[in-house]
Design a protein around this ligand. Structure first.
Ligand code: FAD
Length: 465
């Protein structure tokens, strides 16, 4: 018997809470969806495995210690990964396939709306910049490279946290929110979903899953229980490059960074996370240790003479398990049960010889990460070496000078994705009333597209009401 917000469930034999829509996961996708639905008149619940934003603290993992969090504060909690760098790229060129799903016109409107929401909550103090430079684009094209254009609002960690906190306060009296809430099981019978947590049973007419990549293991069980078969899973692997920042001077005259890609056979390889004057740090993820870029502006340092980025090449696997196994097999071998990362000079790689410590000490490009000298040819699959060589040949043409022989190459970086979930055009899965938004859908891989995905499904659910 359903009577308003509470109802007596014959199945549970007790009074239960009934929501119109439950959003599982309070990352950027879940929060933007909640924002869109907040004034819809529907009873909305936003629940998350992690903590409120103000209770999320740096995890010891970030300082190379063991993570003992139940749900790691780095990944879980209000804002999800939106709490990190907060770089909103308003482009379809990278960061997901939402445009293919919703169409170019809707996509453009969604990008504008994401920015409007951010600005409503304080992001307007950070200016937008564009990476569009027509003359350089032409030069890149002549060199066999594609310069990806985007407008960017780069909030940085501090502003991201402020904007998210304002969003939290806005939602506070409009919807229900539950944190540190572990869902044991979920099923659908009659016309509502039963969500069992340790404390209670929550009932909801519709459920939207927004658990990001961090919720993948849990989500695999949910897909199994509903008989949903995820399709392909993407995995990006690549070598992190550290070179003289000076070599990019002609390209970065008017922009903080750039994104370059090229086609090689069936593969599209792209530069990722470019940090002029930045450092390379260790990234601890999924039990693996990888080289990652750190923006010098984030840490208030005066910066280095180097520029770093990863050259990622995506590969698609039939299951998430296969993608994870492939990445683990390569990177665990490099890590050797420790936090080992291997570094080699570009000239040494070309000459097929390992780099040794004496060479590194004399190297003009001073390494910003302590890594083990070695031979990438022995540690990294040939595909990624070949992609790097092709890229450098084209880059030399583009920047009109040879890549410095002391350029450093670090093995090996990875970016993990959730599998693509089959859905209808409004992100509804094969189970009626069960939707999926953000990175856990396999459709978005970035903050702007995850947020846009939330707004898009929110608009649809509002119209349905
Ligand atoms: C280190 C790092 C930096 C990044 N920087 C950028 C950047 O600057 N710009 C950019 O565009 N992209 C960036 N990305 C990618 C970007 O962060 C993601 O694409 C985006 O956060 C996806 O949003 P989401 O809401 O789908 O998922 P998430 O942000 O991952 O949020 C998922 C939420 O679900 C919750 N959750 C997970 N499992 C459960 C469960 N079982 N039950 C309940 N809740 C659960 C989590 O606690 C979390 O709050 C970065 C990624 C990483 C790893």
């Amino acid at each position: 018997m359903i009577d308003g917000f509470f109802y007596v469930s014959r199945r549970e034999g007790r009074v239960c809470l009934l929501y119109d829509i439950t959003i599982v996961g309070a990352g950027i996708a879940g929060v933007f969806l909640a924002y869109e639905l907040a004034d819809s008149g529907q009873k909305i619940l936003l629940l998350d495995r992690g903590k409120r934003l103000e209770d999320r603290h740096p995890c010891p993992l970030d300082q190379a210690n063991t993570c003992e969090c139940n749900a790691c504060d780095t990944y879980f909690g209000f804002g999800g990964l939106g709490k990190s760098e907060g770089k909103f790229n308003y482009s379809n060129g990278f960061g997901g396939e939402l445009e293919q799903k919703v169409g170019a016109h809707t996509f453009k409107n969604l990008m504008r709306r994401v920015d409007d929401v951010l600005c409503r909550f304080g992001a307007d103090t950070i200016p937008v910049y564009s990476t569009f430079q027509p003359n350089l684009s032409k030069r890149a094209e002549e060199a066999g490279l594609n310069m990806i254009h985007t407008d960017v609002r780069h909030l940085g960690t501090v502003k991201s946290i402020q904007v998210l906190q304002e969003l939290y306060l806005y939602l506070l009296d409009k919807i229900d929110m539950k944190f540190e809430c572990e869902i044991a099981s979920m099923d659908c019978q009659y016309d509502y979903f039963s969500i069992r947590t340790k404390q209670e049973v929550i009932s909801s007419k519709q459920v939207v899953l927004a658990t990001g990549r961090s919720g993948s293991d849990w989500l695999t069980k949910i897909w199994d229980s509903f008989g949903i078969s995820p399709s392909k899973t993407r995995l990006d692997l690549g070598i992190r490059v550290e070179m003289k920042a000076e070599q990019f001077r002609s390209v970065l005259q008017r922009a903080f960074e750039t994104k370059l890609s090229f086609h090689h056979g069936e593969k599209v390889t792209t530069t990722y996370c470019m940090n002029p004057r930045g450092r390379i740090v260790r990234k601890y993820q999924d039990g693996l240790v990888m080289p990652d870029g750190q923006n010098y502006r984030e840490k208030g340092s005066i910066g280095t003479a180097n520029l770093n980025f990863t050259l990622f090449t995506p590969t698609y696997f039939s299951t998430q398990q296969a993608a994870d196994q492939y990445a683990h097999a390569i990177i665990e071998k490099i890590n050797r049960d420790k936090a080992r990362i291997v570094v080699q000079r570009w000239e040494d790689l070309c000459n097929g010889m390992p780099t040794c410590m004496e060479m590194l000490v004399r190297n003009e490009v001073k390494p910003t990460l302590e890594a083990d000298c070695g031979d990438l040819l022995e540690e990294v699959p040939g595909l990624y070496i070949a992609m790097l060589q092709t890229f450098f040949t084209r880059l030399e043409h583009f920047i009109q000078e040879p890549i410095h022989p002391d350029t450093l190459l670090y093995g090996m970086d990875a970016k993990f994705y959730a599998p693509v979930i089959p859905t209808d055009p409004y992100m509804q899965t094969e189970v009626n009333g069960l939707f999926v938004v953000g990175d856990c859908s396999g459709i978005s891989h970035s903050l702007s597209q995850a947020a846009a995905c939330g707004l898009y499904v929110g608009e649809f659910l509002k119209q349905q009401y």
